[in-house]
Design a protein around this ligand. Structure first.
Ligand SMILES: Nc1ncnc2c1ncn2[C@@H]1O[C@H](COP(=O)(O)OP(=O)(O)OP(=O)(O)O)[C@@H](O)[C@H]1O
Ligand SMILES: [Mg+2]
Length: 335
C-alpha cells in the first residue's frame, strides 16, 4: 500500500513507539508504522517507565495517577548543516522545568523554538550539551513525550476514536496492567474532556479545524506522557476557537498536571497559560529572559498584572511600550 501523505513527526511519535506498534497495529496502520520501522522492544512491567504510570482501577473506570517529570537542558547548542555550511541555531541553552510545570517558549520566527521542542522530544540530538527528562537523557526512541503540532496530523483512514486509540494503545504498550477495556474507557474519557464524544465515529475529513485539533490534543494526552510538547497547536484556529482551546488546555492541565512545554507566538496565550515564559533571542538563539507568571488559576484574561508583563515581553521583540521603556517603570509581579 502506498501512503497518501508522508507521516509527520506527530504521527510517528504516536505510531512509532517501538514498545507497541508491533502488536497493536493492524492493516494499513501497521504498514504505515513499518514504513519507518525500528526494532521492536518489549517493556518490563516493573521498569521505570511502567512504575511511572501507577494505574489503579476502580470498577470499569480508569483512575490513573502518573509522575510528571522535569525537563533539563544543559548548555545545549545545535548546529544544522545547510548546503555543507554549518548553521548554528542554538547556543548555551540551559533551563530546568519543575515536574508538572507549564513552560511557554516565545521568540522571533526562525529563532529555534521548534528545534528546542524537537530536542526534548528526541527528534533531534544536540550538537553539544545534554537534554534530560527526569534523571535520564532523552533518546531518539523516547516514549516519555508526546507532541502536538500546528496541524492535527490525524490518520485519515481512522475514525476519531481510532486516532485516539493510537495514543491509548501506546499507553497500553507501556503499561501491561492497563486492560483493553480500561484503555477504551480512557479514550472515551478524553473524548468527553475535549467535547467530542458525539463524533467518535467521524473521520478526520468530517471535522472542523478546531475539532481536529481537539482530537490531536486528546491523542497526545491519551498516552499520558510525562512531558507534553505543543508546537503552536492553536495557530491555525480562529481567535474565539483558540481561546476555547486555551481554556480546555488549562483545564486539562490543571486536572492532570503533566509537564507541558508550549511554543507559541501569541503573547496573550503565553501569559494566560504559563507558569513560566522563556524568551529566546539572538543568532544563534539563547535565553534572553525568563519570567515567572504569578497569577492564580483559573486565570482572568484581563488580569492587570498581564499588562506589565506583556510590555516586558514585547520589549524583547522591539515593540517596547512607552511605559516599559520609562526609567521609572518597575517590573511588578515578575522575577
Ligand atoms: N533539519 C534542519 N536542517 C537545517 N536547518 C534547519 C533544520 N531544522 C531547522 N532548521 C533551521 O533552524 C532554524 C530554527 O528553526 P525552528 O523551526 O526551530 O524555528 P522556530 O523558532 O520554530 O520558527 P517559527 O517560529 O517560524 O516556527 C531555522 O533557521 C531553520 O531553517
Ligand atoms: Mg516553529
Amino acid at each position: 500500500m502506498k501512503l497518501q501523505q508522508p507521516l509527520g513527526d506527530a504521527v510517528e511519535k504516536v505510531l512509532m513507539p517501538p514498545v507497541c506498534f508491533c502488536w497493536t497495529m493492524r492493516g494499513s496502520d501497521a504498514i504505515a508504522a513499518n514504513a519507518n520501522a525500528t526494532p521492536p522492544r518489549f517493556i518490563n512491567p516493573r521498569s521505570r517507565r511502567c512504575r511511572a504510570f501507577q494505574v489503579k482501577t476502580r470498577g470499569a473506570g480508569v483512575d490513573s495517577s502518573f509522575m510528571a517529570s522535569s525537563v533539563s537542558l544543559t548548555q545545549v547548542a545545535k548546529t544544522f548543516i545547510r548546503d555543507r555550511t554549518p548553521v548554528p541555531v542554538l547556543r548555551d541553552l540551559s533551563f530546568t522545568t519543575n515536574p508538572g510545570e507549564f513552560v511557554v517558549l516565545l521568540g522571533p520566527s526562525g529563532c529555534g523554538k521548534s528545534t528546542v521542542l524537537r530536542l526534548i522530544g528526541g527528534l533531534e540530538t544536540p550538537s553539544t550539551g545534554s537534554v534530560q527528562i527526569g534523571s535520564e537523557a532523552v533518546t531518539s526512541t523516547d516514549d516519555r513525550t508526546a507532541v502536538v503540532f500546528q496541524e492535527p496530523r490525524l490518520l485519515p483512514w481512522r475514525t476519531v476514536a481510532g486516532n485516539i486509540a493510537l495514543g491509548t494503545n501506546r499507553r497500553r504498550g507501556n503499561d501491561s496492567r492497563l486492560s483493553r477495556t480500561q484503555s477504551r474507557t480512557l479514550g472515551r474519557h478524553l473524548l468527553d474532556q475535549v467535547g467530542l464524544l458525539d463524533t467518535a465515529s467521524a473521520f478526520p475529513h468530517q471535522l472542523s479545524g478546531g475539532m481536529a485539533q481537539r482530537v490531536a490534543l486528546a491523542r497526545g494526552l491519551a498516552c499520558e506522557p510525562e512531558v507534553l510538547l505543543l508546537d503552536e497547536p492553536f495557530a491555525a484556529l480562529d481567535a474565539l476557537t483558540r481561546m476555547r482551546m486555551q481554556d480546555l488546555l488549562a483545564k486539562i492541565w490543571t486536572d492532570r498536571k503533566s509537564t507541558v512545554v508550549l511554543v507559541t507566538h501569541d503573547v496573550d496565550e503565553a501569559l494566560y497559560l504559563a507558569d513560566r515564559i522563556i524568551i529566546l533571542g539572538g543568532t544563534p538563539a539563547t535565553i534572553v529572559d525568563s519570567i515567572n507568571i504569578p497569577a492564580q488559576r483559573p486565570r482572568d484574561r484581563n488580569d492587570p498584572t498581564f499588562l506589565l508583563l506583556r510590555a516586558r515581553i514585547l520589549a524583547h521583540f522591539g515593540l517596547a511600550y512607552e511605559q516599559a521603556s520609562s526609567p521609572d517603570f518597575e517590573w511588578q509581579a515578575a522575577d
